[in-house]
Ligand binder design. Structure first.
Ligand code: DUC
Ligand code: ZN
Length: 461
């Protein structure tokens, strides 16, 4: 006799990037083992009237990120609980090594911070803060151990690589099938424009976008793509915000390059008009690259729908407005960069994307689950609902609504940029490896239950 199931998610509409079907999902030992309509008796999670999506994957977050003497406010515990409450069952964060540090030790140290605390599964991108022979020599063993992606910054003192280092890093990643995620902004241009604004007395938060205009991003993106072409390497472009970068991506693809491109809800849903907020309120919207004038967001929605952009991550990097953001009272350049969003990505993307007919259900699943899992080298274990996949599920009731308020969210930060917004759709449950970890907004799981994910190379690497 077949072994009993541990759980059946019954009467829902199962949505993957490929199709939409009315099916029950049978789970045993944390894995999907059956999809059908006549599954044997087992404990039931009723999904009548709801969509059953794959657990969502956020491939770009910064939990307890140290920047100088401050640390982003969500730690591995609060950030992963917030993620779970936002329908997310897999996160990818970054190692925190500085230039010259041992990369393997960087993984070990970051994992030591996360272990025993994470509520959902976690991948770690390597951070390549230099491209020395010693650092690059560590890549084969790390790739073999399942760390198959790396972050390359073109800006930020202490993190950034110059063009020669970019070339060496891109080539070394390519040789090991490590997918390089690139933060593309022209470092020297940011420094020049920032100094010029401050010298002119323009120190308020509303000058932040002018210090990093679209050309700062698109010039660096174009350069990263040109450098990658020289060593035949693929590129994952992080947080694309503007039409100019979309054009650079199209140009690279037209010459045959492999480019994976990501944007974030803040660039889809907000604009630089947020900087009209009075006084220091505007500091809430300081992230890099910055929010863009209205119009860019529409172009990003279209690019997502048409597969010019593949992924929506959050770049979740929360700082309290009343505490850390205050460091920039005298100069916008001192405001810590970053917005919270790990808990609000899926409600926003469903409510503004699917419900407003900007994204099909399939495309929604693709950009928020399947393609991020593919980039991480985790598909089809994560990012879809199929026999053999981890039983990671997010159940959403399209008849409900979600109102976003900082006070009601699990993110540990004193604001949300989406305060008071109400969107169609309501997450009703999150299942991680067969365990119902969220029900009606209540986290029911155990902190520490999350696992560090060892990954295959991405098919895009
Ligand atoms: N920009 C980054 O590059 N990292 C974290 C937050 C942000 O806004
Ligand atoms: Zn980031």
């Amino acid at each position: 006799m077949a072994q009993p199931l541990d759980l059946i998610v019954r009467n829902g509409v199962v949505v993957t990037a490929a199709d939409t079907r009315r099916l029950d999902v049978g789970v045993r030992d944390g894995v999907v083992v059956a999809l059908g309509t006549n599954l044997p008796e087992a404990p039931v999670l009723d999904a009548s009237g709801c969509y059953v999506f794959p657990g969502f994957v956020d491939p770009h977050v910064h939990l307890q990120l140290r920047v100088g003497d401050i640390v982003s406010t969500d730690d591995f515990e609060t950030g992963t609980v917030a993620a779970a409450c936002g329908g997310v069952t897999t996160l990818a964060d970054f190692t925190g090594n500085a230039r010259g540090d041992d990369l393997a030790e960087g993984v070990r140290a970051r994992w030591a911070e996360a272990e025993g605390r994470i509520a959902v599964d976690l991948a770690l991108h390597l951070t390549l803060t230099d491209a020395s022979e010693t650092t690059l020599a560590a890549l084969p063993a790390l790739a073999a151990a399942g760390h198959t992606s790396a972050k390359l910054y073109m800006t930020y003192a202490g993190l950034r690589l110059d063009d020669g280092e970019m070339l060496r890093a891109l080539a070394a990643c390519h040789a090991q099938r490590i997918l390089p995620l690139v933060h593309a902004e022209n470092h020297d241009a940011v420094a020049y424009l920032t100094a010029r604004l401050l010298a002119a007395g323009h120190s308020e938060p509303r000058y932040h976008p002018a210090s990093r205009p679209p050309l700062v991003e698109s010039e660096a993106a174009q350069r990263a793509l040109a450098l990658a072409a020289m060593v035949d390497a693929p590129v994952y472009l992080a947080h694309v915000t503007c039409r100019e970068t979309l054009a650079a991506i199209a140009q690279a693809r037209a010459r045959g390059q492999q480019v994976v491109a990501e944007t974030c809800p803040q660039y889809l849903a907000l604009s630089s008009a947020c900087f009209d907020a009075p006084g220091f309120e505007a500091a809430k919207y300081v992230c890099t690259p910055p929010l863009r004038p209205a119009g860019h967001g529409d172009a990003l929605w279209t690019a997502l729908a048409e597969d010019e952009l593949q992924i929506v991550s959050t770049d979740h990097c929360p700082w309290n407005h009343e505490v850390e953001k205050q460091r920039g009272r005298d100069a916008f350049s001192q405001i810590p960069n970053g917005l919270p969003g790990v808990e609000t990505r899926i409600p926003l993307l469903y409510g503004l994307g699917v419900a407003q007919a900007r994204l099909s259900l399939q495309r929604f699943v693709a950009v928020a689950a399947s393609e991020p899992a593919r980039a991480l080298g985790l598909f089809p274990r994560k990012g879809t609902i199929a026999v053999g996949s981890d039983a990671d599920l997010a159940i959403l009731d399209p008849r409900g609504t979600t109102t976003m308020q900082a006070a009601g969210l699990h993110q540990r930060v004193d604001y949300t940029p989406f305060e008071g917004w109400t969107v169609p759709g309501r997450l009703v449950a999150t299942v991680s490896r067969g365990e119902v970890i969220v029900r009606e907004g209540q986290f029911l799981g155990r902190r520490g239950r999350g696992r560090l994910l060892c990954r295959q190379p991405s098919p895009w690497a």
